[in-house]
Structure formats: structure tokens, C-alpha cells
Design a protein around this ligand. Structure first.
Ligand SMILES: O=C(CO)[C@H](O)[C@H](O)COP(=O)(O)O
Length: 211
């Protein structure tokens, strides 16, 4: 099980500062959608240059122009790029094909998908590297957890790796670990803590105990 840390509401110097503190406990660093909106793909580029040993995910949440937008993320140095599962299959396939050319990966974000089992099966079939169950920031305000959807997706996937995101914190981690996703994504559960290093280490230790 890998830990992906999502950096959303930071600038580039802040991101570098955070990662200097926590990079040894992190497997994948997510350059979050608001981070990219604010600072562009140079955020991806500069974080990859500063931490070449980390996998960098560009959370572009691509919805159209799969080939072009994937190519731009990969050019900037992303190892993984996100595409929305609600996009057309043509967009998803174009993005996956583009990433494969450079032996990079696509993570399909299942945010707001209605028939999640059916769509996850299709994403698996189309060749997604990762399928990410995701309760978005706005829906998190209702208290919804990604656990149920994680179990549903895990039950139908045969090939892709499964990631999970959406308000995960140390206190809610045990149930998530028990469902055995391949990647656990934590944003505010780390970045809103006073002591981010301790928060990351606590989460990483719990993940390691779970395998
Ligand atoms: O992609 C995102 C929002 O769309 C976030 O990066 C992701 O949900 C992780 O952050 P948090 O743990 O704070 O929910």
C-alpha cells in the first residue's frame, strides 16, 4: 500500500518546504488541481526537479482532449496524470495511449460516477493504470466516506490498481487500510496539521502495519 500526499492549497516554495520535511514517508506527491490552477504545470516541473525520486501526479482531472492534455502533463515531468471517469471513453483511451508511449500512468478519477461498478469495469478494460475512488471536497461536507465505493470497485477490478481519496485522516484510516487499496491519498489530513511530519509518519506507520 502506497501513500500519496495531495498538495492543494500551497505555492511552489511552500510545497518544497513541506516535502523537505515529509518526502521520506511519501511514495507519490500529488500536485493538486488548485495548485495547478494557481501556478500552472510549472508546479509539476519544479517539484519533480526538486524531488526526482518521488513519483509526481498531476491532478489535471482531464475531461476532454485526452491526448494533448496528457502530453502536456508528461512533458512537465508528471509520472501519473488524472482523467475523469465521467469523460467519454475516447478521451480516456487517448490519454491512456499517450501515457503508455512514455511508460507513464493514468489514474482514472471516479468522482461523481453514478454506476460505479459498471464504470470501474470499463475503466479496467480500457487499460487504466489506477482507478481512484474519490469523494470530492464539496461532498465531504455531508460526511460521506469513500469506503463503500472502495469496496465496490475492489470487488470488480481484475487488473488496475485501486486508489482512494476524500477526507481521509489518521482517525478514519484503519477501515480504509482493511479494504486494501493500492494507494491511499491524503491531503488535508496532513497539510492542515500543525506538525505535518508527525501526521505523515503516523499515517505511514499505520499503512505499513496494514501491508
Ligand atoms: O483531489 C482532491 C480534491 O478534488 C484532493 O486532492 C483529494 O480529495 C485529497 O484531499 P483531501 O484528503 O483533503 O480530501
Amino acid at each position: 500500500m502506497k501513500l500519496q500526499v495531495a498538495l492543494d492549497l500551497v505555492d511552489i516554495p511552500e510545497a518544497i518546504n513541506i516535502l523537505e520535511n515529509i518526502h521520506e514517508y511519501v511514495d507519490i506527491v500529488e500536485i493538486g488541481t488548485p495548485f495547478i490552477i494557481n501556478y500552472g504545470l510549472k508546479a509539476v516541473n519544479q517539484i519533480k526537479e526538486a524531488f526526482p525520486h518521488l513519483k509526481v501526479l498531476a491532478d489535471l482531472k482531464i475531461m476532454d482532449a485526452g491526448e494533448y492534455e496528457t502530453m502536456k502533463a508528461l512533458e512537465a515531468g508528471a509520472d501519473i496524470v488524472t482523467v475523469l471517469a465521467v469523460s467519454d471513453d475516447l478521451t480516456i483511451k487517448a490519454s491512456i495511449d499517450e501515457a503508455k508511449k512514455l511508460e507513464r500512468c493514468v489514474m482514472i478519477d471516479m468522482i461523481n460516477v453514478e454506476n460505479i461498478k459498471n464504470r470501474a469495469k470499463k475503466m479496467d478494460l480500457l487499460g487504466a493504470d489506477y482507478i481512484c475512488v474519490h469523494i470530492g471536497t464539496d461532498l465531504q461536507t455531508t460526511g460521506k466516506s469513500p469506503l463503500d465505493e472502495l469496496k465496490q470497485v475492489k470487488s470488480v477490478i481484475t487488473r488496475a490498481k485501486v486508489a482512494v481519496a476524500g477526507g481521509i485522516k489518521f482517525e478514519t484510516l484503519a477501515d480504509i487500510i482493511e479494504a486494501k487499496p493500492d494507494v491511499i491519498i491524503v491531503g488535508s489530513g496532513i497539510t492542515r496539521k500543525e506538525d505535518m511530519k508527525k501526521a505523515t509518519l503516523d499515517i505511514k506507520n499505520l499503512i505499513n502495519q496494514g501491508g
